[in-house]
Design a binder for this molecule. Structure first.
Ligand code: PHE
Length: 348
């Protein structure tokens, strides 16, 4: 009688635990594990019942044993279920990015002018030039006066320069020499900079001219800088850009900020210098302007011209790009025609 009373209590406990198990919940894997320990661990409630089961008399073992087994399996299944659910939730939080678009986005390509600009900057940076940039809206001093343009120089004329209305002194820069002026006023030599950027000139838009284009200008100032240094650097640039067989030719020219000044041609890389319609049968194509920095420019920018000399050069990126890719119409560069842009690919 006493034994069966004990068994009654045991059956009640089994039933109570059965209904408890059905309602278990866990917010994460740790909570699920805590439940496992509470019910199925060494000192767990169900384990304790299993231990008590040893004292159940043989004739009642069958009934109680079955119920105990059902309870144990139900507890194991429930806790495994909770652990799995916690795992799925954790993965959703860490590695599944719900903000990602379900379709791949194509990356497009760089603009041809950017590709060529990067190439030019890369060649000169290997020669020790560092990058300098400045504002596109400039004052007259940095674009013209500091560059030795006389007050009545025709380049200041309305024909060339865009003025910001009501501010006759504020203009859109017409060359990136203004960046060189800004570097010189802040730094003493040695100076070795390369200045890429957009420039503006008041010209009618056609296949051969635009009201804005892009330049890269370079400046090197130090003691004993000579024309030979300039020529050597430009030869190296031309051969890196257009191939090792490229030749250069310098023709005397004039710029207000350089003395002496020159324009540089390269041997036509389409016909190898033999003469074709591209080089107008001369075998040469013009690519840049250059010269020794006029001492007046050094002085105007706070550099002692009795100690230092320097050279400068400037080229149009559109011009170099045309030579490399034979783009016939300048307007193609700014019309964003995807069929044109898709023709260019770049690794960087
Ligand atoms: N600033 C000149 C231009 O815009 C280019 C140039 C730069 C020429 C430096 C000589 C030296 O045309």
């Amino acid at each position: 009688m006493e034994i069966s009373e004990k068994n009654k209590i045991m059956l009640e406990k089994i039933e109570k635990l059965m209904s408890e198990i059905a309602t278990l919940a866990a917010k994460n894997a740790d909570e699920a594990e805590a439940l496992r320990i509470k019910y199925l661990g060494k000192k767990g409630d169900i384990t304790a019942l299993m231990n008590d089961f040893r004292n159940v008399p043989a004739e009642q073992k069958r009934e109680i044993g079955q119920k105990l087994n059902v309870l144990k399996t139900a507890a194991q299944d429930k806790i495994n279920e909770l652990k799995e659910a916690a795992e799925v939730q954790k993965n959703a939080g860490s590695s599944v990015d719900l903000t990602r678009t379900p379709y791949p986005i194509s990356l497009g390509s760089r603009h041809p002018l950017t590709i060529v600009k990067n190439e030019i900057v890369d060649i000169f940076s290997r020669l020790g030039f560092t990058l300098a940039e400045g504002p596109e809206v400039e004052d007259d001093w940095h674009v013209y006066s500091s560059m030795n343009f006389a007050d009545d120089h025709p380049a200041r004329d309305m024909q060339d320069t865009f003025f910001v209305e009501s501010h006759p002194d504020i203009i859109l820069r017409s060359h990136t020499s203004s960046v060189q002026a800004r570097v010189m006023e802040k730094t003493q030599p040695p100076i070795r900079v390369i200045c890429p950027g957009r420039v503006y000139r008041n010209e009618a838009i056609s296949a051969r001219a635009h009201c804005f284009f892009h330049q890269v200008e370079g400046l090197y100032i130090d003691k004993n800088v000579s024309f030979t240094d300039l020529k050597q650097v430009l030869l190296l640039f031309a051969q890196e850009m257009f191939g090792p067989d490229t030749k250069i030719r310098l023709r005397p020219s004039y710029f207000p900020f350089t003395e002496p000044s020159a324009e540089m041609d390269i041997s036509c890389h389409l016909c190898g210098g033999k003469g074709c319609s591209f080089c107008k049968h001369t075998g040469w194509v013009e690519i840049l302007g250059c010269g020794m920095v006029d001492p007046a420019v050094l002085e105007a920018n706070g550099i002692d011209s009795s100690i230092y000399t320097g050279y400068a050069f400037g080229m149009g990126i559109e011009r170099i790009t045309n030579l490399k890719y034979q783009v016939k119409d300048l307007r193609m560069f700014s019309e964003n025609d995807i069929r044109f842009l898709d023709e260019f690919t770049s690794a960087n």
